[in-house]
Design a protein around this ligand. Structure first.
Ligand code: FPP
Length: 244
């Protein structure tokens, strides 16, 4: 808890942490269980990590739940994940609301089923007045897809005469991204020992720090999260400048 020395929020902690939650499948396979068993264990870990954020000084948490590439998995796994997302929203909505968490979803909703989209809309609406912690869940999300959709909308605004190509700069484009209301992530964590970005927050992570941990996501505890955040506090971020 907050009183535990190891879990004290670092003074210069990351305000926005993004997590690639990897390793559910291997965690299940190691136990001789189907991959979905690992995803269910992963969902329990999501709850623990979200709950830890206020104590650890993390105001924004963005998690990668389903990528634009994940549709290539078996029909059983994809359907199981979609059911898990629906159940997670139904089960956690009230607790998230009461804890002051504002929930947002990023990604293209076009391929998601209506029931899931309607639950996502309801949860965003329910928690829209909250400000203690901002949880963003990426579903059917891909960094390239997001930038492409943003560019398409930007081009449309130009075509309609509402914007001139002369006004297009990085800030203008960022206003069309799914994340336009969020600050850029300070720290991106990936579990399971893989050192890849996998199309996650490509634009937004330009100056983010990365931390790759070997732990499989279902084993990633609050204590380990706190340790990673403490390590971040010791880093020297210069954003391309030299130290004064
Ligand atoms: C990657 O591990 C994980 C996913 C594709 C799904 C992430 C989903 C969860 C953590 C479930 C709960 C999420 C919410 C928001 C309720 P993998 O399956 O690719 O693992 P592997 O590399 O070991 O196969």
């Amino acid at each position: 808890m907050a009183g535990d020395a190891q879990e004290t929020a670092p003074r210069t902690g990351p305000g926005h942490v993004a997590i690639i939650m990897d390793g559910n499948g291997r965690w299940a396979q190691m136990r001789g269980r189907p991959r979905l068993f690992g995803h269910h264990a992963g969902a329990r870990r999501v709850r623990e990590i979200v709950e830890a954020c206020p104590d650890l000084g993390v105001r924004y948490l963005t998690i990668f739940a389903f990528s634009t590439e994940n549709w290539r998995r078996t029909q059983t796994e994809v359907a199981g994940l979609m059911t898990l997302f629906r159940r997670y929203i139904q089960r956690e909505a009230q607790a998230l609301f009461k804890a002051g968490v504002r929930v947002r979803f990023i990604g293209d909703r076009i391929r998601l089923d209506d029931k899931l989209v309607s639950l996502m809309d309801d949860l965003e609406m329910l928690t829209s007045g909250n400000d203690a912690c901002h949880l963003t869940i990426a579903i059917n999300y891909g960094g390239r897809d997001e930038v492409t959709r943003a560019a398409k909308r930007l081009a449309y605004e130009i075509e309609m005469g509402r914007l001139s190509h002369k006004d297009v700069d990085a800030e203008t484009l960022a206003r069309f991204l799914d994340t336009h209301v969020l600050p850029d992530p300070d720290l991106v964590i990936r579990t399971s020992g893989e050192a890849r970005i996998s199309n996650f927050l490509l634009w937004q992570s330009a100056y983010a720090e990365y931390e790759f941990v070997d732990t499989l996501w279902p084993d990633f505890t609050r204590a380990e999260f706190a340790k990673v955040l403490a390590g971040y506090g010791a880093r020297d971020r210069r954003f391309g400048a030299v130290r004064a």
